[in-house]
Design a protein around this ligand. Structure first.
Ligand code: C2E
Ligand code: CA
Length: 458
């Protein structure tokens, strides 16, 4: 039994609430869920034609941040509303249990096969993908789920729960809304579940390093700044992209430590560059900081003491933060960001335009720049509409007196279109892929070595 599954079983044994079709939420122990599942498995073992059943695990994306921002009372009301919304889609034969903070388990008995069970879970996910009222604010919620059905005569309640949990872990890792377990106890899900365990270990051993991707000024061909992108050098699995582990680190809270370690690592890297290549002194460097640090910036003191490192002081450090956890009017977030700015950090909004309500953040939070999401770049060469959106964002940034970078420039046509539009900071594979720290000095004057062929023509 791998650690995450053992923990899940423990949670089941002390679980909190069960609701059923009659919307009774509270008062029941999820041991009842477990007993119902066991009964179902026994019935099915006696007679495989006794009826299809499946288990789905579901949790809420970013619930921890909502809990931190709004407090327990409001979050509990939200959870009750969520349970009631899920329950609305279920039949009287189905059963819903809540365990842990924001985790739910559904025993599906009202459907005939996997496809129908999947359709039911997708319907529940659609219902939850909306804004909820919390006090004066509206908070966008979404959920992720895993689904597993009994897979053969050897199925037991444990194996079904384990498959559903494995599928759910996979959904959390890949950020898919639903993963259906087709291969019980597949190697992949075991590997992924064990990643969470490895991650804590990796932090202790610091198995991480940065690659750097330059952002160019297309008019001059010079580097505007460098973005530090994290890589995990896993002892068995090799180099792992942050896409595979950041959401896991965020869910487990480890991202706070991960980002803080990152800032220390960046300081050391800058020290080394500055000592060897004086032309690199003063080159701004950006680092991605998870929105999980806000609004209760629990590691604020440590961040501020790291920011006092001379190398970080010499470089204009940029924090790239996604808009996803900004909640309108949250003064704590705003004040924390302002304190960072006072310490010399620039705050940029990452993947701007990809989420929701982005414009409000520009007026509510102290922001120095935006990184325009690559979804606008994708069709900018051939679609006039994309260019209209891009130039509106450009004038918006200019009007607000903030900077703008366009991300995801992959082709010469996109590069030329954006350059013609007058963007002065572009980033993307066409210009340069993320590269090892050792190759970065070659981008700067006076450093021997290969030079990037910077596209020039319009
Ligand atoms: P992001 O901040 O949006 O970073 C840009 C991602 O897009 C990088 O992926 C980069 O390699 C990729 N990219 C750059 N140019 C192109 C392009 O032209 N086309 C395409 N398709 N992709 C391009 P990467 O390195 O896998 O990073 C993924 C995400 O992980 C980042 O997205 C960022 O949100 C997060 N991340 C990276 N490093 C850190 C870190 O140190 N801390 C935290 N909390 N998150 C990090
Ligand atoms: Ca970024």
């Amino acid at each position: 039994m791998w650690p995450a599954f053992r923990e899940l079983m423990d949670q089941f044994n002390e679980a909190v609430v069960v609701s059923d079709k009659n919307h009774r939420i509270g008062g029941h122990n999820t041991a009842r869920f477990r007993r119902a599942l066991e009964r179902q498995v026994r019935k099915w073992a006696d007679d495989p034609n006794s009826g299809f059943f499946a288990v789905s695990f579901l949790d809420l994306v970013r619930f921890r941040a909502i809990n931190d921002s709004f407090g327990y009372a409001a979050s509990d009301r939200l959870l009750a509303e969520v349970a009631s919304l899920i329950s609305d889609s279920l039949d009287s034969t189905d059963m819903l249990a809540r365990f842990g903070a924001d985790h739910y388990a559904i025993l599906i008995r009202s459907r005939q096969n996997s496809d129908q069970a999947e359709a039911l879970v997708r319907k529940i996910l659609r219902n939850l993908d909306r804004e909820f009222q919390l006090g004066d604010c509206r908070v966008k919620l979404s959920a992720r789920a895993g689904l597993a059905a009994a897979q053969g005569m050897e199925s037991s309640s444990d194996s079904i729960l384990r498959d559903a949990d494995g599928a759910h872990q996979q959904a959390r890792l890949t950020r898919e809304s639903l993963v259906v377990s087709h291969h019980p106890q597949s190697k992949k899900s075991i590997v992924q579940a064990s990643l969470e365990f490895d991650l804590a270990n990796a932090l202790e051993k610091d198995e991480f390093f940065f690659e750097f991707q330059p952002v160019f000024n297309p008019a001059t061909g010079r580097v505007r700044f460098l973005e530090a992108l994290l890589r995990w050098c896993h002892p068995r699995l090799g180099i792992i992209s942050p896409v595979a582990f950041i959401s896991l680190a965020e869910d487990s809270g480890l991202v706070l430590k991960l980002d803080m370690q990152g800032l220390g690592r960046l300081g050391r890297q800058l020290d080394q560059w500055h000592a060897q290549y004086p032309s690199m002194v003063g080159v701004p460097v950006s680092i991605n900081i998870s929105g999980r640090h806000f609004p209760n910036f629990v590691m604020e003191k440590q961040f501020h003491s790291l920011l006092r490192q001379p190398s970080l002081q010499r470089s204009r450090i940029i924090f790239e933060i996604t808009e996803s956890v900004f909640v309108e009017g949250n003064r704590k977030t705003s004040q924390g960001l302002q304190r960072l700015r006072n310490a010399g950090v620039q705050i940029w909004l990452d993947d701007f335009g990809e989420g929701f309500s982005s414009f409000r953040y520009l007026t509510h939070f102290p922001i120095d720049g935006i990184k325009i999401a690559s979804c606008f770049t994708r069709h900018c060469a051939e679609q006039a509409k994309s260019r209209v959106v891009l130039s509106s964002l450009q004038s918006l940034a200019r009007g607000l007196g903030i900077e703008a970078v366009v991300e995801g420039v992959e082709t010469c046509e996109q590069f030329n279109a954006l350059r013609t539009m007058g963007f002065d900071a572009l980033q993307g594979y066409y210009l340069a892929r993320p590269m090892p720290a050792a190759d970065i000095p070659t981008l700067f004057d006076g450093v021997p070595g290969p030079r990037l062929a910077m596209p020039r023509s319009a």
